[in-house]
Ligand binder design. Structure first.
Ligand SMILES: [Zn+2]
Length: 684
């Protein structure tokens, strides 16, 4: 492509079934953000687009498990995720959600157009079915052995182990993820996208035209799928969660989430364009627009095969110029896992390292899993902060600003003749915008961040070699020149740091009192960035040392998670010692009905209950407030140990105990009679 007129940059739509962790940030959002910020700094027209995916099958799965509605889960995590992006300076031009009207409309129209073109195959076939749950099983609703790699916990649409995408019927030994039942089969009609028909186009477009510019990990995966042969993929599902299929004969069917999710990029662009007074079609349908999808490696098949096939079939869309997918980031040697809580959650990080977003952005970039899986360790995080951000970048800036204030009251001094060393330093600075930019444009963000740090190194070394604090005693004029040069390097750092360290860049611009918009290009032109007589502000630390104690606390936290996971894996607690029947008969356990419930003031866990236990109505204090709201439990029948000696709990006399058990997610559950029985009935 000759120089593009505009850029459409998409970042994978996060599922709203959990918060965001460092793996997401390192794999997708930080690299995409560096790319978008850089392009804006060189004056390009950019739409950086994202939004919440609210139709992921993991959402109704989690809702079912937690006994809440999918909407409850979505609203909770959409808010948390969106806030994390703001907190970490991810500069989306638009962050939408797939529940929006514009998205439902766009996805429906897209489907209808392909349907009317005759791009789908309609087929009634036997699909996996769970009679007990009264539901067809696809995607995450079914697990079984992957036909390709024999991984035993593959999902119905994709194997998390080898990345292969398949149909649910391909699984060996499938079981329902809802009930654990072995599925039966039942006939149902679906619409299929015949990927095999697009094979020739995909082969030419990727394997020939993008042989040189796509990352080897992405190119290699696509090549192997095409070599295996592409098959029709169902783009509809028998589910009650998602966008309804816009056809009369498709009642109670929805679009496959991977059909609608990538269209979410288009809808989010529409939303942005409407707000900004732009034409969204310029960003999706013009050949001089460069479309780039940032994703993790588990999404390659959808962005390199399925979505391009959809766009091509539609006819008027451009195709991605690149899909620079990253590999996975591990944490302290283990795979990141939401369910095992093996993660550094962004909202928790900020509580523990307030205002240190840039330290995480920098560490994740310097250590990004660009070509292979990589490991995040807290020791490395500390080293990157203390040895690079503090000792090199922070130290240089601090010395420059402190000395400028001390010698010249913060006013940039006039230089006299430049020495060869000064000339070399200024000439070297001029090269950095180009070097860093080239790395970014090739999606080599680690390399780019190291180049940036090399500029800080150059500044630090210049100052250490020239020693203005010594020279000041013998040659004041020379010190003016040294400080002038050092200040120009500082200004270059303020601009060139922005893609990587946006918060630090803003802080440094404030310290240096850079009010006009210095551009990336100004530095390459070797312009005077900070003219003599310009006034700067007082010094402020850009970074602070992270002590061993803070790092040890994080490592201990992970160790505790490991222990907790191990304990959870223990199936049941060991049996207690044997008792005689007579011992058991001492317990008088009755059925009772909860008549009233209220929170005990100034406590988190306690509810004060009035319970009808047949012989009387009594007060019982129970530690269940974190699992139940008072109004939700009134009228419930429960098991009550009635002959327990009364105890005073928070000043309230408790006359008995409600029997409880734990659910796997750490909540409490009542032990209840299966049918309604009379209050006071003995449990024996
Ligand atoms: Zn597999």
């Amino acid at each position: 492509m000759s120089a593009p007129k505009r850029y459409t940059i998409t970042a994978a739509l996060p599922y709203t079934n959990g918060p965001i962790h460092i793996g997401h940030l390192a794999g997708v959002y930080v690299p995409a953000d560096i790319y978008a910020r850089y392009l804006r700094l060189i004056g390009k027209d950019v739409a950086y687009i994202c939004g919440s995916d609210e139709h992921g099958v993991a959402i109704p799965m989690r809702a079912k498990k937690e006994g809440v509605s999918p909407q409850d889960i979505i609203d909770k995590y959409h808010g948390i995720i969106k806030q994390s992006f703001v907190d970490f300076g991810i500069s989306f031009d638009n962050y939408s959600r797939t529940s929006s009207e514009v998205h439902h409309e766009t996805a429906s129209q897209f489907f209808t157009k392909l349907h009317d073109n005759g791009d789908f195959i309609e087929e009634t076939s036997a699909q996996l079915y769970d009679a007990e749950a009264n539901q067809f099983l696809a995607d995450r609703f079914v697990v079984g052995t992957c036909p390709k790699c024999s991984f035993e916990e593959s999902y119905g649409d994709q194997c998390e182990n080898c990345g292969t995408s398949h149909n649910a019927n391909d699984l060996i030994n499938p079981t329902s993820a809802i009930t654990g039942n072995i599925p039966t089969v039942k006939e149902t009609k679906h619409w299929f996208l015949p990927l095999n028909k697009h094979e020739d186009f995909l082969r030419k477009w990727i394997l020939e035209d993008h042989k040189k510019d796509w990352k080897p990990n992405v190119y290699g995966q696509v090549k192997s799928w095409i070599a295996d042969g592409l098959r029709p993929r169902a783009v509809t599902r028998d589910l009650d969660w998602g966008i309804p299929v816009p056809l009369m004969d498709a009642k109670e069917k929805v679009l496959y989430v991977w059909f609608d999710a990538p269209i979410g990029y288009i809808s989010s662009t529409k939303e942005w364009a409407a707000r900004e007074g732009k034409n969204w079609e310029d960003y999706w349908k013009k050949d001089d627009t460069k479309l780039v999808h940032f994703i993790g490696k588990d999404n390659i098949v959808f962005h390199c095969i399925i979505f391009p096939a959809m766009l091509k079939a539609h006819g008027d869309y451009i195709l991605p110029d690149n899909v620079p997918a990253n590999e996975f980031l591990n944490l302290e040697g283990n795979k990141l896992s939401t369910s095992k809580n093996w993660a550094v959650w962004l909202h928790e990080y900020l509580e523990e390292f307030p205002d240190q977003q840039d330290v995480l952005r920098y560490t994740l970039t310097a250590n990004a899993p660009e070509n292979k899986d990589n490991d995040f360790t807290w020791k490395d995080f500390q080293a990157k902060n203390n040895n690079e951000l503090v000792a090199i970048f922070g130290n240089f800036i601090n010395r420059v600003v402190v000395l400028t204030n001390k010698y010249y009251d913060g006013i940039i001094p006039a230089p006299s003749d430049f020495s060869e060393i000064d000339e070399d330093a200024l000439a070297a600075v001029k090269e950095f915008p180009n070097t860093i930019g080239k790395s970014i444009e090739r999606y080599r963000f680690r390399e780019a961040s190291q180049e940036f740090m090399n500029l800080a190194r150059l500044g630090n070394k210049y100052l250490a070699d020239e020693e203005p604090w010594k020279v000041i005693k013998i040659d004041e004029a020379r010190v003016q020149t040294i400080m002038y040069v050092a200040l120009q390097i500082s200004a270059a750092l303020a601009v060139l740091s922005e893609p990587f360290l946006p918060f630090t860049s803003a802080k440094l611009k404030k310290i240096l009192n850079i009010d006009k918009n210095l551009s990336w290009g100004n530095i390459a032109e070797n312009a005077v960035l900070l003219p003599e007589t310009h006034q700067i502000n007082k010094a402020e630390l850009l970074f602070s040392k992270i002590e061993d104690k803070a790092i040890e606390a994080q490592i201990e936290k992970l160790a505790a998670t490991k222990i907790a996971n191990k304990q959870e894996n223990k199936i049941v607690a060991p049996q207690k010692e044997i008792i005689e029947f007579e011992d058991f008969t001492k317990l008088d356990i009755r059925v009772g009905t909860i008549l009233e419930a209220q929170k005990v003031a100034k406590t988190k866990k306690l509810l004060k209950l009035k319970v009808d236990v047949g012989m009387d109505t009594r007060t019982i204090v129970s530690g269940i407030a974190e699992s139940f709201s008072p109004e939700a439990i009134i009228g419930q029948q429960v098991a009550v140990l009635v002959n327990l000696a009364t105890r005073k709990i928070r000043g309230v006399e408790s006359q008995g105990m409600i029997l409880m058990t734990d659910t796997p997610d750490g909540k409490l559950a009542f032990v209840q009679p299966e049918k309604e029985v009379k209050n006071g009935q003995a449990i024996s």
